[in-house]
Design a protein. Structure first.
Length: 568
C-alpha cells in the first residue's frame, strides 16, 4: 500500500521523509504537553527538525503551498498595508500579493477558519492562504511594517513642511525649538534617532546632496540609506541637532562637536555629535553609545581557541602593556572592556580613562576626559596614579604625553590596557617609537600587541555556495587550484538580514607576542618588516590569514576578506 500523507499523522510524515527518527518523535510526544506546543514545534525546540522541513511536511499533509523566501524580498507595501499591523501580528499573517480574484496571505496556521473569516472581513476581498515559518514571518512583519510606519511618519512630517525661514542675506534664521514639538523637523529628527536605536545602528549620517538630503545608518559596519527628506528640510534638521547638542546655531563655517543624552523606552543612549561644513551644506554624523549593561565576553568576540588561550594568558600578567590597534570602528574598545570584565575581581582596583566612556562596567572606576574644562588624558592619568590602581585602561594613546605615562605605569608594576591607531601589529610597535618613546622603553614594557578588524558574518538563513571570480582570487592571493579545495559561501539576501546577505560581525585578529627575540629586535630599532618576519616564524597569523580561516569556515565571504585585509 502506498503512503498517503493526507491521511497520515504528522509525526509519521516526518519519519517517512527521513526528517526525524521514531525515537525523536516519541521524545517530542512526551515533552510537547509540558512545552504547550504542537509536535512539529516541539521537534524544532528540541533541535531535531528545521523549520523548512516542518513546512515541507505540512505541505504534504494539508496541500497548501509554502511561500518561498525569495518571494518575500520585494513585497508591495500597498498590499501589506491591506492588513492592519495589530491584526497581522496577533494572528500571524501577512498579505503577500493581490490579483484580480484574490489576495494571497502567508500564515503560520493556514487551516484556521476563524482567522480566514476575519481576514475576509478586514480585507473585504477573497483570500488564498499560503504556508510560512514562524521565524520568517516574524522578520517579514518587522521589516515591512517598520517601513510602513517610517514612511508614513516621514510623509506626515514632510507633508506639513512648507518653508525654511531666512534673513535678507538668505541665511537661515535660528529657530527656538522650545514649545514646537509638533514642528515637522522635530518630528523627523525624533523619528531618525528612534529608528536608529531600534536598528542597533552605531552611526547616523545626515548629509546634503544637490537635490535632497540623505539619511544613512551604519549597521554591522556598513552604511545603509534609510530615507531621503527634501533638501529644503536639511537646514532645519541641522539646526535642531545643534539645539539638542547645545552648539552654536549661527556658526556654519567651522566644524563643531557636541553630545546629546537620550532616554528612550528601549534604552539610554549617549549621542556624540560631529557637524562639519561641506560645499553643499553642513553634514551631521552622530555616534550612538549604549549606556546599558555591557553584554560582550571574550568568547563572543570571534577568537579562535588558540588565540583565546594566548589573549587570556597576557591579560592576567601582573604588569606591562597590552595594546589593541586598528582603525575607528574596528572593535578595539569592545575587546578591552571584555578583557576587563574577564579579569575584574574584588582584589584589584581597575581604573579607566576614556574619551568618551563607551561602555559602563559596574565595579570599575571609569573617568571621562573632558578637554573643554581642562581634564586632559594626561591630567586624568596623573590623578589616577594617586588612586592606588592595579590595572589601568587608557582609552587611546594619542600623543607622546599619553604614551609616556602609559610606559611609566607599566614599568612601576601596573598592568596597562590601551589602543592605538595602526594598520597591523608590527606597525603598532614602530608607531610608538615614532611618537617619541625610546625603543628600549617600548621593548621592556610591551606584553602583547594585537591588531583587529570586524568582518560581517554571512546570514545563516540565506547562506549559499559561491564561485569567486578570477579578480577576487587575485585580490585574496589565491590560485584557482587552491580555491577549488574551498567551499566558498555568500549570503543570497533574505528577510532575516534585510536582503544584505550578512547578519552580525565577528573579529579577526593578529597577535604579536613580545617574546625575547621580538624584544631584542625592538631594542635594536628593527623596522616593522623584520618584526613581522620574526613573529611569523613564531606562529603569528596575520589579519589576512585570520580572515581566510573565517572564510574557509563559511563564517564570512571573500568580499569581506578583500575589503578588510591585504595580502602580505
Amino acid at each position: 500500500m502506498s503512503f498517503n500523507p493526507q491521511f497520515a499523522r504528522f509525526g509519521e510524515i516526518l519519519v517517512h521523509k527521513g526528517f526525524v527518527s521514531e525515537e525523536q518523535v516519541k521524545e517530542a510526544l512526551v515533552k510537547q504537553k509540558n512545552l504547550g506546543l504542537k509536535i512539529g514545534e516541539t521537534l524544532i525546540k528540541l533541535g531535531h527538525l528545521s523549520e523548512k522541513q516542518m513546512l515541507d511536511a505540512l505541505h504534504l499533509q494539508i496541500g497548501i503551498a509554502v511561500i518561498g523566501e525569495e518571494e518575500l524580498l520585494e513585497l508591495e507595501t500597498s498590499v501589506v498595508k491591506m492588513i492592519p499591523e495589530p491584526f497581522a501580528v496577533e494572528n500571524r499573517v501577512i498579505a503577500i500579493k493581490k490579483t484580480d480574484d484574490t489576495v494571497f496571505v502567508a500564515m503560520t496556521d493556514p487551516e484556521n477558519i476563524v482567522i480566514l473569516d476575519s481576514l475576509k472581513k478586514v480585507i473585504d476581498f477573497p483570500v488564498t492562504p499560503l504556508l510560512i515559518g514562524e521565524s520568517t514571518l516574524t522578520d517579514t512583519l518587522e521589516r515591512y511594517y517598520k517601513t510602513i510606519r517610517t514612511s508614513s511618519q516621514v510623509e506626515d512630517a514632510v507633508g506639513n513642511f512648507e518653508f525654511v525661514a531666512v534673513d535678507e542675506d538668505e541665511n537661515e534664521i535660528s529657530i527656538d525649538s522650545k514649545g514646537k514639538e509638533d514642528a515637522p523637523v522635530v518630528k523627523l529628527i525624533n523619528l531618525i534617532i528612534t529608528e536608529a536605536i531600534k536598528s542597533s545602528c552605531t552611526d547616523i549620517h545626515i548629509e546634503p546632496l544637490s537635490k535632497s538630503s540623505r539619511v544613512r545608518f551604519r549597521i554591522d559596519g556598513a552604511l545603509r540609506e534609510v530615507m531621503a527628506p527634501p533638501i529644503g528640510m536639511h537646514p532645519g534638521l541641522i539646526s535642531i541637532v545643534k539645539v539638542m547638542s547645545k552648539l552654536n546655531i549661527a556658526e556654519r563655517r567651522l566644524p563643531q562637536d557636541g553630545h546629546i543624552s537620550l532616554k528612550t523606552a528601549l534604552k539610554s543612549v549617549d549621542v556624540r555629535v560631529s557637524i562639519t561644513p561641506t560645499v553643499v551644506g553642513e553634514k551631521v554624523v552622530m555616534r550612538l553609545l549604549d549606556k546599558g549593561e555591557f553584554g560582550f565576553t571574550l568568547t563572543t568576540l570571534g577568537f579562535t581557541a588558540d588565540n583565546l588561550v594566548m589573549f587570556k594568558k597576557w591579560i592576567r600578567r601582573p604588569y606591562g602593556i597590552n595594546i589593541v590597534s586598528g582603525p575607528t570602528g574596528s572593535g578595539k574598545s569592545t575587546t578591552l572592556h571584555a578583557a576587563l570584565k574577564e579579569i575584574m575581581d574584588i582584589e584589584n582596583n581597575i581604573v579607566t580613562v576614556e574619551d568618551p566612556v563607551e561602555y559602563r562596567l559596574d565595579g570599575i572606576c571609569q573617568i571621562e576626559a573632558k578637554e573643554k574644562i581642562g581634564l586632559t588624558f594626561g591630567k586624568a592619568l596623573r590623578s589616577v596614579l594617586r588612586q592606588d590602581p592595579d590595572i589601568v585602561l587608557i582609552g587611546e594613546i594619542r600623543d607622546h604625553e599619553t604614551a609616556d605615562i602609559a610606559i611609566k605605569f607599566s614599568l612601576t608594576g601596573h598592568l596597562v590596557f590601551t589602543t592605538l591607531h595602526a594598520n597591523d601589529a608590527p606597525s603598532t610597535v614602530t608607531r610608538l617609537i615614532d611618537i617619541g618613546i625610546p625603543p628600549y622603553l617600548v621593548a621592556s614594557s610591551l606584553n602583547l600587541v594585537m591588531a583587529q578588524r570586524l568582518v560581517r558574518r554571512i546570514c545563516p538563513n540565506c547562506k549559499i555556495d559561491y564561485k569567486p571570480t578570477d579578480l577576487e582570487l587575485i585580490d585574496v592571493g589565491m590560485t584557482r587550484e587552491e580555491a577549488n579545495k574551498i567551499n566558498f559561501k555568500k549570503g543570497a539576501g533574505c528577510v532575516h538580514c534585510d536582503n544584505t546577505g550578512y547578519s552580525g560581525r565577528t573579529g579577526i585578529f593578529e597577535m604579536l607576542e613580545i617574546t625575547p627575540k621580538i624584544r631584542k629586535l625592538i631594542f635594536d630599532g628593527a623596522n616593522q618588516d623584520l618584526i613581522r618576519d620574526a613573529a611569523s616564524e613564531n606562529g603569528m597569523l596575520s589579519l589576512h590569514d585570520s580572515a581566510i580561516i573565517k572564510m574557509k569556515d563559511g563564517l564570512t565571504s571573500i568580499k569581506e576578506v578583500i575589503k578588510f585585509t591585504v595580502v602580505e
